[in-house]
Design a protein around this ligand. Structure first.
Ligand code: ZN
Length: 146
């Protein structure tokens, strides 16, 4: 069962982020980068904010990162999130792609135990058949499961 059980919360790729979501569907986390100056960026966008180039590349990530900041959501903005309250929305810094911060949920841990600087890793939430959303869990929790 998906973390948020609602088709209304399934990502709807657009022209700019469709390649990002296509990678996610293969359970590959990768970030757009500039093919000219090599700066990574997220979310995907048509123009490099550093050098204005239209040339696009991609940089794979191992899916491990560090919590830069986070918030604990206690109020349901959608009916489908009510069963998960309180849940965590965090800004993650990938360990292996510099210049990027991305937003994800942190699961598999009580919200009061989440802290800035904690190590997390991606797990793939199959929100509909063949459509995966990257969410994060504590790195240590994975180590305990192995
Ligand atoms: Zn550039």
């Amino acid at each position: 069962m998906p973390f948020f059980d609602s088709q209304a919360l399934v990502p709807q790729p657009n022209f700019d982020d469709r390649d990002f979501w296509a990678s996610c569907d293969h359970r590959l986390l990768r970030f757009q980068c500039c093919a000219l100056c090599q700066q990574a960026r997220h979310p995907p966008m048509p123009v490099c904010p550093h050098c204005r180039s239209l040339k696009v590349g991609w940089q794979d990530s191992c899916g491990q990162g560090t919590v830069f900041t986070f918030t604990v959501v206690h109020h349901a903005s959608h009916e489908a999130v009510k069963p998960k309250l309180p849940y965590v929305v965090a800004v993650i810094i990938p360990d292996d792609v510099s210049g990027v911060r991305w937003v994800s949920n942190i699961t598999d841990i009580p919200s009061e135990d989440v802290h800035i600087g904690m190590s997390v890793e991606v797990w793939w939430d199959e929100v509909m058949p063949g459509r995966f959303v990257p969410r994060c869990r504590p790195l240590a929790a994975q180590a305990l499961k192995k």
